[in-house]
Design a protein around this ligand. Sequence first.
Ligand code: NAD
Length: 485
Amino acid sequence: MNAEVLKNYINGKWVESVTERTRDVINPATGEIIAKTPMSTKEETLQAIEVAKTAFWRWRTTPAQSRIRYLYDFRESLEENFDELAKVLTLEHGKTIDESRGEYRRTIENIETATTIPTLQMGYNIEDVAAGIDEMVIKQPLGVFFCVAPFNFPAMVPSWFWPYAIATGNTYILKPSDQCPLSMVKQFEILDEIGIPKGVVNLVHGGAEAVNTLIESPDTIGLSFVGSTKVGKLLYRKCGEYGKRVQVQGGAKNFITVMPDANLERTIPNLITSFYGNAGQRCLAGGVLLAVGDIYDSLKESLLEAARKITVGEGLDEGIQMGPLASKAGMESVLKYIQNGIEEEAELILDGRNVTVNEKFSKGFFIGPTIFDKVEPSMSIAQKEIFGPVIPIIHVKDLDEAINIIHDNPYGNASSIFTSSGKTAREYQYRVNVGNIGINIGVAAPISTFPFSGMKDSFKGDLHGQGKNAVDFFTEEKVVITRWF
Ligand code: NAD
């Protein structure tokens, strides 16, 4: 693949950015530069906003049933190009080809849910609120919405938003991850091929300049942000200042509790997927393992045995179970956390540094499965989002101690419990203050008809991505009160 500078997609055309500033898109398995992301300027971003604003009224007055036909066509085309799309995703991100296929299945699921908009967007009404007077709510689209997306699920995360936004009658601007923009370029090529009307969806590459322009413009309505809590909080404040609707899905530190009565054999594969899937770069990844009571020794031994068997290498190789970290900076950050863990005197019982991979990939950003034992809640590896394949184990005496540790952490994205007691599971879902709870589930990822929840520092706003929440975010409830003389 040539390292071409990617183009923006504005008003139904692929246009070169005028900027000289670019960011390299790197295949993390090889270290090779495979494309360059332009850092679009304020003027280019304003152009995209103008185009989306102009396209709004015609699109908004297009019947919902006609709007969703484009999503049906898009879905068909994703299926037809499935293998190629999964391959591009692995090349730009590093995840295994199976993980890429899984990501595209979830993307397609969201497109499918958005095609039910003629039902989801229905309002409600009641007759005779007073004699001869009826009242109803209609859910109307508002204008131009935009998304700022992260690198870790670069193909799927935008699908939590844009399909719902356009199906409800809004127009859209996507600012994909500047680190992994290729998957969305591919998806926009498909949107172009299926003939989606000009200006309804637009793609603007870039960074802070483009994002600030989108927020500051009087012609945009709202932002869906997914990324780190640090950037999310910054943009949340800015959206408040400029009067924008906003949903911010931020970072995470997810605690996984294993009770003494857990079915260990069934639990281990779930833990492996939770901590090591996507090389730990998931906002729903296990972040700390809380081993409760006397399951601690057997849990640790079984986990070690399973982790040692994981094959690490280039994601396109079907036999590989874990790919590289998605960037050099990401790898260096994980290595720093491992060093912190050592200095804080946790016990490194499985060391993924210097993992061996096929020689062809010696320049890749690989770290193998890593496990720390004897971790204390105050250590940085127990508190911060590592975003890599590291399991810190904390031995706790009971459920109360586990829940206190979870509540001391500022994040609140997800948490899982493994137990065979319904009573304990219920207590967990009742008390634990996070947005997505898993009961004997390693990765508590909601399907597209449910909100992708999150609390505390993992979410800012009121309405989440996906399903009915997305419909409410992208529409206003207008009340009509009627009397006929
Ligand atoms: P990031 O915050 O670095 O970047 C996210 C997006 O923000 C990118 O498009 C980037 O270009 C843009 N951006 C960065 N700095 C900016 C600035 N100063 N002003 C405006 N825009 C800016 O996040 P990332 O590293 O791409 O993604 C990883 C993070 O995303 C992790 O913390 C992960 O937990 C989180 N995440 C959360 C969820 C969720 O649903 N809660 C899902 C996926 C990922």
